[in-house]
Design a protein around this ligand. Sequence first.
Ligand SMILES: NC(=O)c1ccc[n+]([C@@H]2O[C@H](COP(=O)([O-])OP(=O)(O)OC[C@H]3O[C@@H](n4cnc5c(N)ncnc54)[C@H](O)[C@@H]3O)[C@@H](O)[C@H]2O)c1
Length: 316
Amino acid sequence: MADAPIGGAAPAPRFPVPTLPVPPVGVVGLGQLGGSLADALAAGGRPVSGWDVDPAARDAAAARGVRITQEMAGVVVLAVPLPAMASALEGLTVDPDATITDLGSVKRPVLETLAATLGNRVVGGHPMCGTERSGHAAVDPTLFTGARWALCLEPDTDLSRWLRVAEVALAVGAEVVPVTAAEHDDAVAAISHVPHLLAAALAAAAAEAGPLALALAAGSFAGGTRVVGSDPAFVTAMVEGNAVPTAAALARVQQQLARPWPELVAAGHAVVTRTAGRRTVRVPLDRAALLSLGRAGGAVTRRLAAFVEGWVPEPA
Ligand SMILES: NC(=O)c1ccc[n+]([C@@H]2O[C@H](COP(=O)([O-])OP(=O)(O)OC[C@H]3O[C@@H](n4cnc5c(N)ncnc54)[C@H](O)[C@@H]3O)[C@@H](O)[C@H]2O)c1
């Protein structure tokens, strides 16, 4: 199916755009991602509540202005490890009209699990930021500034709920990338999950080379292996939760490694040096048009009443 055209379809508003209602936000899991989100929202004056099974994470969030409660309403954000997603709402009181979203690094399995009990109240999400640190000590309210935040638009996604979640992402400085769960999982296999495996392989191979090699390691080794410091349980849940796309992406890397080295080096360099500008676009509030924006490599930066504003890369 051809992608819908991006931009130009939505007319400029001729009257002042009304202020959009701002629902409260509840964050379940106040570690690196959830704590950072709650902190950023609270710092922006937004009513935000939160819950974590770890009392230390609750205390840290409370000290930053988050209301600690097991009652959630508005937009409820699941920011727990992937294996805990299915049970994260157990024991909590959630408003029946609340929109549930998650920050999980894999989307298809999480959405299948959540949708089984929550139906189309669920909108899957994945902010493309974070560090190799974890837990509430790693909270940083600027974590989302300028980051892409993938937000799933499935055939049965309620667009008004999608927009509510998009507004939360935009409120903390992220840019929203409309995407399907399947396309997301294929894409992040290539740009996140395989890099985690390659980093592990590089580190393990360098260790086999011996202490001299590790003593001489500098920038290229540090850059290629930064993520090996991540919690192994987090990385394992991520790559095993997205096993089929990750195996396919890894096979593509293996094919690249089989190319003659000069050809491979030139091909990689060409990707990095490909600079693209940005063109501002307006996109109607329509699933096909929004997905076209994401597929073009663009993102939403602002929500207005009748359309969203964003950008697409200019051809190099
Ligand atoms: N770390 C990253 O780089 C990164 C990036 C993008 C998305 N994510 C995703 O975000 C989610 C959270 O990752 P993180 O890095 O913030 O992890 P984290 O370990 O820093 O924090 C997770 C928090 O969830 C809490 N928790 C665990 N089970 C819970 C439950 N049942 N109810 C309430 N709280 C519970 C833990 O106590 C902890 O405070 C994961 O699903 C991960 O896939 C992580």
